[in-house]
Design a protein around this ligand. Structure first.
Ligand SMILES: Cc1ncc(C[n+]2csc(CCOP(=O)(O)OP(=O)(O)O)c2C)c(N)n1
Ligand SMILES: [Mg+2]
Length: 573
């Protein structure tokens, strides 16, 4: 490339640089600040720049959720580009969820023109004034680890490199760049784009002495237990931890787990109830667990050693989180697990202690599996329980013989399901910004066209996801996601929370509890039908297995999206 090569509009240069950084898709929602972006993108394509795919996502919450899901499937940093303050505001919940899950994500939005006249790109319409904020970044600052407003065009390459590297550094998380229109209208030399990335991410890993200490503690422990909530980070981590707990007979508890850290039908997986294990444990290892148990109910033994593992094991962004931590191992979870497995491989388990423990844990695990099956079978009614749906879904996936990914947002519970691989199951983040589930499943499907992808969501969660936008995108991108709306006609979680706190209160006794009903319930099949999905309404438990088989057939053979509107009873699970 020579210095005399023509310039390129900054709007297009951004995309070309994102491609160099490894971005596959930019999830976009455009507006009147976008002319230099749209013109630049077309210009960059005409000039044969390599570009990521810029895709239209008709709601920002969906764009953020899809980026979240695409990251879940690939582990790669994501890019989302939104419209000024209003687009950004619609993306805030997604930023909160992404921040909670340590999703490396470069969030960009336009900034209304600063100038009123005399500059190319100055304000042309009243919203140029109407969308101005004193501090637009304040909308997302709490959910981002770095932010900046672009000032000069020639900053762009180094800024994107830096933003990308910071977002992908431990602990990973979203960063925000605001893009004023006048600056986007400027051009830069094309050769500026040709440099390799100028900054690599900084990875933190746990201190070797601390890894050795934890290995010693595990080898010496009589009753160790692992609490895991946010998985292992990668498939290798999942497999290694499964082997590690198998070798050392360590029970794993998944209280409010977002994703399993080992096979859910492994004899060391004892389910989600910390009782009685937490009181008896002499060593408690929390793996990427923000709130591993409920301090009001579950009390560890005073003499137990408590260890926190994770990218930010003390969760420094959370003001109050006072779970004791006698040892904190910071670093990517998978790296810590691998290092710990290596350290443990140099130690020999005490056979008598480990085998006695293995028996006890295996028995507990078998009892847990049996109890889950019974609970699920009891829910085969009309309307059915969420547990029954979970069991039927797990069985249908097994019948299909395919690799599947299940996302749950107030959808199917993990308990009755057999999950045998990393990314097999994802529950909503504990940040709880609803409307994430269906978009995240779409992001997974975009990244993994061959995977059978299910979005199982409560009816309330489905509505929060902006379903019209979701189904439009599924049709446009040919994403054969199977959406299972678990429809109880209410915000059941809110109702159960009220009865939990005030079991004999006025609200519990009211004919209709205030602020929880979604009646009259819409016919959700019509929403998906508008985008030509295969749809079915499932009323009885007995009808569900065949409906799921048909859904899988349509998704895999016709590559068409599916929606099952499944009638659920008012129980929590
Ligand atoms: C954006 C957002 N708004 C509101 C809430 C509060 N909230 C938590 S659970 C819930 C109800 C979910 O209802 P649904 O998806 O139908 O599941 P159900 O509890 O009925 O099974 C609500 C409204 C939230 N978490 N996020
Ligand atoms: Mg509901």
């Amino acid at each position: 490339m020579s210095a005399s090569e023509p310039d390129i509009t900054l709007g297009g240069a951004i995309f070309a640089r994102l491609k160099t950084l490894g971005v596959d898709y930019v999830f976009c929602n455009s507006g009147t600040d976008f002319p230099p972006i749209i013109e630049g993108l077309a210009e960059a394509a005409a000039k044969d720049e390599l570009l990521p795919q810029a895709i239209v996502i008709p709601h920002e919450h969906v764009a953020m959720g899809m980026a979240h899901g695409y990251w879940q499937a690939t582990g790669k940093p994501q890019a989302v580009m939104l419209h000024t303050n209003v687009g950004l505001a619609n993306g805030v919940i997604g930023a909160i969820n992404a921040s909670h899950d340590n999703v490396p994500l470069l969030l960009m939005s336009g900034r209304t023109p600063v100038t009123e006249k005399d500059h190319f790109g100055s304000r042309t319409v009243p919203i140029g004034w109407g969308q101005e904020m004193r501090d637009q970044t304040a909308l997302v600052r709490e959910a981002t680890k770095w932010d900046y407003e672009l000032k000069f065009a020639d900053q762009i390459v180094e800024l994107l490199d830096r933003a990308y590297a910071i977002s992908d550094s431990t602990p990973k998380g979203p960063v925000y760049l605001s893009l004023p229109r006048e600056v986007l209208c400027k051009s830069i030399k094309r050769e500026a784009l040709k440099t390799p990335p100028t900054m690599v991410a900084a990875k933190t890993s746990a201190h070797t002495d601390d890894i050795e200490k934890l290995a010693d503690w595990i080898a010496a422990a009589k009753s160790p237990v692992i609490f895991s909530q946010r998985g292992t980070g990668t498939a290798v981590g999942f497999e290694t931890l499964t082997e590690l707990v198998d070798d050392w007979a360590i029970p794993v508890i998944t209280w409010w787990a977002q994703s399993p850290a080992i096979l859910t039908r492994h004899p060391m997986h004892i389910g989600s109830d910390p009782t009685p294990w937490i009181a008896e444990a002499d060593l408690i290892v929390c793996i990427d667990a923000l709130a591993p148990w409920m301090p009001d109910h579950h009390v560890p033994c005073r003499d137990a050693s408590i260890v926190n593992i994770g990218p930010n094991p003390l969760f420094s962004r959370t003001p109050v989180r006072n779970f004791r931590s006698d040892l904190a191992l910071a670093g990517e979870t998978v790296d810590t697990i691998m290092a710990l497995a290596d350290a443990l491989a140099k130690r020999t388990p005490d056979e008598a202690i480990v085998e006695e423990r293995r028996q006890r844990v295996t028995n507990a695990s078998a009892a847990y599996v049996q109890q889950q099956a019974q609970k699920a079978d009891a829910g085969n009614e009309s309307p059915m329980s969420k547990n029954w749906v979970a069991k039927c879904l797990s069985d249908a996936i097994a019948r299909s013989g395919r690799t599947a990914s299940v996302t749950s947002e107030l959808g199917v519970p993990l308990g009755p399901m057999s999950i045998d691989h990393f990314n097999g199951f994802r529950q909503e983040p504990h940040s709880g910004g609803l409307g994430y589930g269906l978009p995240a499943a779409m992001g997974i499907q975009l990244a993994e066209p061959g995977t059978l992808v299910f979005a199982t969501v409560g009816d309330g969660s489905y509505v929060f996801a902006n379903p019209t936008a979701c189904h439009q995108v599924c049709e446009a991108l040919q994403l054969p996601v199977i959406t299972c709306v678990l429809n109880n006609g209410e915000w059941g979680a809110v109702r159960h929370c009220v009865t939990g706190l005030y079991p004999d209160g006025y609200a519990a006794k009211a004919n209709t509890m205030p602020l929880t009903t979604l009646q009259p319930s819409p016919d959700f099949t019509l929403v998906a039908k508008a985008s030509r999905a295969h749809v079915e309404r499932v009323e009885t438990g007995d009808d569900l297995p065949a409906a799921l088989d048909r859904a899988i057939h349509v998704a895999t053979q016709e590559r068409k999206q599916v929606l099952l509107d499944i009638q659920i009873n008012g129980n929590q699970t």
